[in-house]
Design a binder for this molecule. Sequence first.
Ligand SMILES: [Zn+2]
Length: 243
Amino acid sequence: MALHPLTAGELLDAASACRGRSAAEKGVYLAALGMPGQSFGDCATLPIGARDAAIVALRRTMFGERIELSAKCPRCEARLDVETTSDALLAIQAEAPARLQEIAIDGERFAVRPADSADLTAIGWIPDMEEARAELARRCLVPLAGAEVPPWLEEAEIEAVAAAMAEIDPAGDPFVALHCPECELEWDAPVDIAGVLAGEIEGAADALLDEIHLLAQAYHWSEDAILALGQERRRAYLARLQQ
Ligand SMILES: [Zn+2]
């Protein structure tokens, strides 16, 4: 099935579905919209890089190539508006090698698999970032030759697993290089593309609800009838109401 921009009705449904969901849930939901024919279950087990590529592809059909982000400088707290593109984010995904990495811990061999949305949901309740990072590393270890995943990992082992995960799924943590004009700090800021698209969908849905509200009030048409008009005709009637 071909990917198409969401219809007005689908946009309202998507905005309702995203509100109040966790970041991982939004990611799975939007990836499923970006991969027609795939179930939520399929999308929950995609590596984060592949999941986010589906979200970028969906976003491009709705909001175009340019992606505007805002960030806060971690040193001086200045606000920055930054811009990236769908192409730039999809290029990171295109580099991703498919092979699993192998590492040794305490003489036992493990494969490292990429993190998926189920992993992010599982660690989402852990308030401490360091503990969450350690648990994510443990979850992504796949024992080879009968080894058991150790109950806890040393800091160096967590870093080795994280480095292997970044190798096999570089788009799993896509980032943009930022430079603060106030204090000259340079850092790499992660891009939460699911959060960006969910915010844009909610904004567009709010604007659409305003249009529906004004037309329903003036003409007493149903929501379905107003949605069926299409954007151009809705705008034409709204313009007449303001004359
Ligand atoms: Zn700064």
